[in-house]
Structures are given as C-alpha cells and as structure tokens.
Design a protein. Structure first.
Length: 399
C-alpha cells in the first residue's frame, strides 16, 4: 500500500512519474475524443483503426532499419502507425461506398486483414536480426518499461493536441453525432466532420500504442465515454467527464503498475477504467442499477399505499401483508387492525381524489391528462380546472 501511495504522489522514481503523467494525458485525450465516437454510434470504428496500426509499426521499423537508422525510434513508429490507420479507415470507407456491405462487415474485414498483415510482418522482422527488433511486439499490449522523457513528451503533446481539437470542434461534432441530417441542412459538411472525429481517434490510437497497445486502445476510447453517460444527460458535460475518468484511469492504473512492477501497465489501466464503469453502473444517482432499484421500490410502495388507503376508505379488509405493513409503518393503521385518525383522513382525501379523477375523465374526454393514479390531482389540473371539477362533483362527494 505504501508503494502505491508513493506512486500516486509521483515519488516512485523519475520513470514511474513519466509513465503516470503520460498515461493520465493519454486517458484524458482518449476519454474526451472517444465520446463523440460513442455518441455517433461508431465505437467499432476505433477497433478497426487500432488494429490497422500494426502493419504501419512493422513497415516503419523496416524502413528505418533499411535507411540505417534506429528501427525503434518512437516518432518514426508513430508516424508509420498513423499512416497505416488512415489507410485502414480509407479502405473501410471505400468498401462502404462502393459495395453493398454494411459498415460493420467492412470494419471486420479491415480489422482482420490489417492485423494479420501486421503479425506476418512482425514475424519477418524477428528473422531480420537487425535494428533491435526485440520487444517490438510490445505495441500489441503496450509496454512502459524504459520509457524516455522524449517518449512521455510526445504522448503528452499528442494528447494536448487532441484535447485542443475536441475543444475547437465540439459543437459541430456534437450536432453531427445527434442529428447529421439537421447538421447538413444547416450548412455543416458532415463527411468532413466525421473525418475530423476519425482523425482524433487515430491520433489517440497512435499515441496510445506505447502505453496501452493497439489491442487495448479501443477500451480506453470507449469505456470512459460509456461510464460518463451514467452521470450526465448533457453532451457538453459528458465529453469532459469522460476525459476526467480516462485521466483518472490512466493515472491510477499507471501508479498501480509502478507499485507492482510485475503487472503490465496497459491492462491495469483498462481494468481500472472497467472498475469505474462497474461502480458507475451500480451507484450512479440517476442511471445506476441501485438507483433504478430504489425508484422501483418507491413506485411499488406508492401503489401498495394507494391500495391500502382505498381499502380503508371503503371499509375493506387488507389482505396483502406488505400493504398492511406500509399502513402501520406510515401511521395509517394500528397493529391491531384499527385505522388511525391520520389513516382515515388520508383515505378520505384519496377517495375524493378518485372521484375527482372520474369526473375529470368525463370532462376532458377529448384530451385526457396523462395520469397513472399516483400523482396528486393538484399537479394534474390547474386551479380553475379543479374548481370546475369540484363544482360538478358537488357536495355529495366523500370528504
């Protein structure tokens, strides 16, 4: 535990601090950029683009070795992976435009083909015996061992550029995500905005290769955005909440990995993000499972309370034990089965409200209000409408 706290406070060493800050920057960029992909309903595209980076990594390594350079120079590898990812994106678009295949089928074809090509190229590289090929396969799942200051700066600068692009383009990307037809009608170039989103995702996939690898990049793009959806209904807030959750996942995951060196950084970051998703799924105040269960419990109690009060008003016996327990708990009845004064008063009010509802259904037959029988009549009708209802109801109603 002490090692984990030390890593969280950036006291676990220079390299661990670099990895932790770089992972936080990557997480913020991935969460905010991936939000628009999730809102647009194209989360699978990120999977294809991430897998399409592998041939670019291998080809860039081979090209740099052939030119006499260092095959593992990170900027060159990232440039190759970016070109490969954009090529994969273009192939997906070409298949969708020129054939009758749906987008998901095109994504599956490109994902498998590019990833298979990348694995073959990595195998070829292992037989070359040049350019320090050992460890190149770490781009599959990420590897932060031996990360240099310049590597962390590249990741941080790339993440900052992604966040800046999200800030500048947030309005048109939000409009296209929710209603591309309206966006086109108001003058926005929808294909270009979609391409901008894809470029942002490509940038995240490329800069994330070093930390989480191409296989897990899609998780960091999607999970924070999906998690943020539990906490807000507003797209503007969702983008930055997703960014914060992504940054938290990267920071805590990298700190956990630093405190236990045998644990891989990329998978730990994704597991932390998955933990935040699970916690939000359960405990989010508006959309969480526990909140939904509590709402259902309250609704059930309202229904049983209403049935119990109507039974008291009509002098009927309450057969349901749960209903009777509610009557006793709320002070409407005593344990010996006798209604209290508060119970009789509440039952009389409810019976009068039922009579008001019956009259209202006759009066407003053409345009009846939406009524589930649980909402007070004072919230269903205006004061003038209630006076008209009471006038028609007359003094014969139960009070």
């Amino acid at each position: 535990m002490g090692a984990f706290v030390q890593a969280l406070t950036l006291g676990a060493g220079y390299n661990a601090a670099l990895v932790t800050l770089g992972a936080a920057a990557l997480g913020f960029a991935a969460g905010s950029g991936g939000s628009f992909l999730v809102l647009r309903g194209r989360a699978l595209v990120s999977d294809a683009m991430a897998h399409a980076t592998l041939p670019g990594v291998a080809l860039a390594f081979m090209a740099m070795v052939a030119l006499g350079g260092d095959g593992r120079w990170l900027p060159g590898l990232l440039a190759g992976s970016a070109l490969s990812a954009l090529t994969g994106l273009w192939v997906v678009g070409w298949i969708v435009r020129r054939t009758r295949l749906p987008e998901d089928a095109a994504i599956g074809a490109v994902l498998g083909s590019f990833f298979g090509l990348g694995v073959v190229l990595l195998t070829v590289i292992q037989t070359m015996g040049r350019g320090r090929a050992a460890g190149l396969e770490s781009f599959l799942l990420g590897s932060t061992a031996g990360m240099l200051r310049q590597d962390a700066l590249i990741i941080a600068m790339g993440g900052a550029l992604v966040v800046a692009a999200v800030w500048v383009l947030r309005r048109p990307m939000t409009l296209v995500a929710f209603d591309p037809g309206f966006a086109a009608a108001t003058g926005w170039n929808v294909p270009r905005i979609d391409m901008a989103v894809m470029m942002i995702v490509t940038a995240v996939a490329v800069i994330g290769l070093k930390i989480v690898g191409l296989v897990l990049t899609v998780a960091l793009l999607v999970i924070p955005a999906v998690t943020a959806r539990f906490w807000t209904d507003r797209s503007g807030r969702l983008v930055w909440i997703a960014g914060g959750l992504g940054a938290l996942s990267g920071y805590v995951g990298a700190a956990l990995s630093a405190s236990a060196p045998d644990l891989p950084t990329g998978p730990i970051i994704v597991l932390v993000a998955a933990g935040l998703f699970t916690g939000s799924l359960l405990a989010a105040p508006a959309r969480g499972v526990l909140a939904a269960a509590a709402r259902h419990q309250r609704y059930q109690a309202q229904v049983h309370r209403r049935q119990g009060l109507l039974a008291l008003a009509r002098g009927d016996a309450i057969a349901e034990r749960y209903t009777w327990r509610l009557m006793v708990r709320d002070g409407f009845a005593r344990a010996d089965g006798v209604a209290t004064d508060a119970g009789r008063a509440a039952a009389a009010r409810l019976l009068r409200d039922e009579q008001r509802r019956a009259v209202a259904r006759e009066m407003f037959r053409a345009d009846p209000p939406a009524d589930d029988g649980l909402m007070p009549v004072e919230r269903l009708f205006t004061p003038d409408q209630l006076r008209a209802i009471d006038a028609r109801l007359g003094p014969k109603a139960a009070v």
